[in-house]
Each structure stands twice: as structure tokens, then as C-alpha cells.
Design a protein around this ligand. Structure first.
Ligand SMILES: [Fe+2]
Ligand SMILES: [Fe+2]
Length: 230
């Protein structure tokens, strides 16, 4: 494994690299770009949908699930690594963590608002603008530093770790939990079970009964984390 200090000159955006240059299709860079492209496609489709209705609701749900699971795995796996391998990591990851926090707050407002609230469209537009900015910052500034610091094999290992966390990550906004480890993992992982039950419950309401266990677990862990000063 080779982790070394990234060079000071700014590398090329990962948007301009082909799959081989990204380290293969399982590398973290290729996996990130696929999710970003999918988010972009869904946000465009949402904006182009003529009217509100079940199709648009389903698109919104898919965007929310992908945004938060993707970002949680970044906060847990990628940004701590970037802070280790690049002198610019601290400042750059602080910027994207702020973007993630703002998206969390906006989507939480959308989800809590009355469906007829006219401000929802404004908040959704703001959230989409922030997600697009986050994608540009990552592809143009942060991910190239990983490309510069890690060899292809390591990029694929990081890709596998990131994907494993993403598959068990929260799928809904949680603006109250920290954006950095260990707090995000301690509080976020238990919430993932609850989120996924709620996602299922949106289609099968009876499933929600079992969610109370996850909530209790999350509350206990939150109290423990607060007591230990995390
Ligand atoms: Fe990303
Ligand atoms: Fe992100």
C-alpha cells in the first residue's frame, strides 16, 4: 500500500479522466463519479417533471437516499483519509462537510414541512444547487488529491470500504449529528436501521412497528457519546 504526501500542484479533475486513469471501475474515484452522475440525472429529471405526483415523489425519495448514504460514507471513510494524505485535506474537507450540513438542514425542512408549503420548492432548489456544488468541489479539488496520493490497488480498496459503509448508512437527513468521526459513526449507524425501516414503511406501513428498537438504541448511544464528551 502506498500513501504518500500529495504534490502541491493541483492535479486534473477526475471528471476529465477515463476509467483506467481513475484506477478501474471499482476504484473510489469511479464509484464516486457514477453516484454523482446518477444524482445529476435524477435531479434533472425531478426538475423537468411537469407536475407533482407519485413519480416525482419517488424521484425525490431516491435522491434523498442516495445523497445521504453517499455523503455519510464520505464523512466516515474518505475525508479522514484525505486529511491524512494531504496538507490541504483539513481545509478542503471542512468546506464539503459544511455543504453536507447545509443539505441536511434543507432536506430536513422539506421533509418536515406541510406538502402544500410553497417554500418547499425553494428549499429543494437550494439543496440541488448545494449538491451540484459539492460534486464539483469533490471532482475538481478533493478526489484528485486521492488520485495523486494513492496507487490503483489502494484506490480500489478504499472504494470497497466506502461502498460497504454506504450500503449500511443512514438514508435520511440528520442535521443534529456531527459530520466527523467518531460522532457521526456512533450516532449515525444506529439511525441507519431506523431510516431504512422508514423507507420500507413508506411503501408498507406495518413495518414501522419494529423501528422503535433502533430508535432506542440510537438514543442510548447518543446519551453515552454525550457523557463521554464526544
Ligand atoms: Fe461524492
Ligand atoms: Fe459529498
Amino acid at each position: 500500500m502506498t500513501e504518500q504526501s500529495a504534490p502541491t500542484t493541483r492535479p486534473q479533475s477526475v471528471a476529465d479522466l477515463d476509467t483506467a486513469e481513475l484506477g478501474g471501475e471499482n476504484s473510489i474515484l469511479a464509484r464516486q463519479r457514477r453516484d454523482h452522475d446518477e444524482l445529476d440525472r435524477m435531479m434533472n429529471a425531478y426538475e423537468q417533471a411537469a407536475t407533482d405526483g407519485p413519480e416525482r415523489d419517488e424521484l425525490w425519495r431516491s435522491i434523498v437516499q442516495l445523497v445521504f448514504s453517499h455523503a455519510f460514507a464520505e464523512e466516515t471513510v474518505l475525508w479522514p483519509l484525505l486529511r491524512r494524505v494531504s496538507d490541504d485535506g483539513e481545509a478542503l474537507t471542512a468546506v464539503v462537510e459544511e455543504e453536507h450540513q447545509a443539505v441536511n438542514e434543507l432536506v430536513a425542512k422539506v421533509e418536515e414541512a406541510d406538502p402544500a408549503d410553497p417554500r418547499r420548492a425553494e428549499w429543494i432548489a437550494e439543496a440541488f444547487a448545494l449538491i451540484r456544488q459539492d460534486i464539483r468541489d469533490e471532482e475538481d479539488e478533493l478526489l484528485p488529491l486521492l488520485r495523486a496520493a494513492l496507487d490503483d490497488r489502494r484506490l480500489r480498496q478504499v472504494g470497497a470500504s466506502w461502498d460497504a459503509v454506504r450500503r449500511g448508512a443512514p438514508t435520511r437527513p440528520h442535521p443534529g449529528i456531527p459530520r466527523r468521526p467518531p460522532g457521526n459513526a456512533v450516532l449515525g449507524v444506529p439511525l441507519s436501521g431506523y431510516d431504512r425501516l422508514r423507507d420500507l414503511g413508506a411503501r408498507r406501513p406495518g413495518v414501522l412497528a419494529g423501528a422503535a428498537l433502533s430508535v432506542t438504541g440510537a438514543a442510548l448511544l447518543a446519551a453515552r457519546a454525550r457523557r463521554s464528551g464526544r
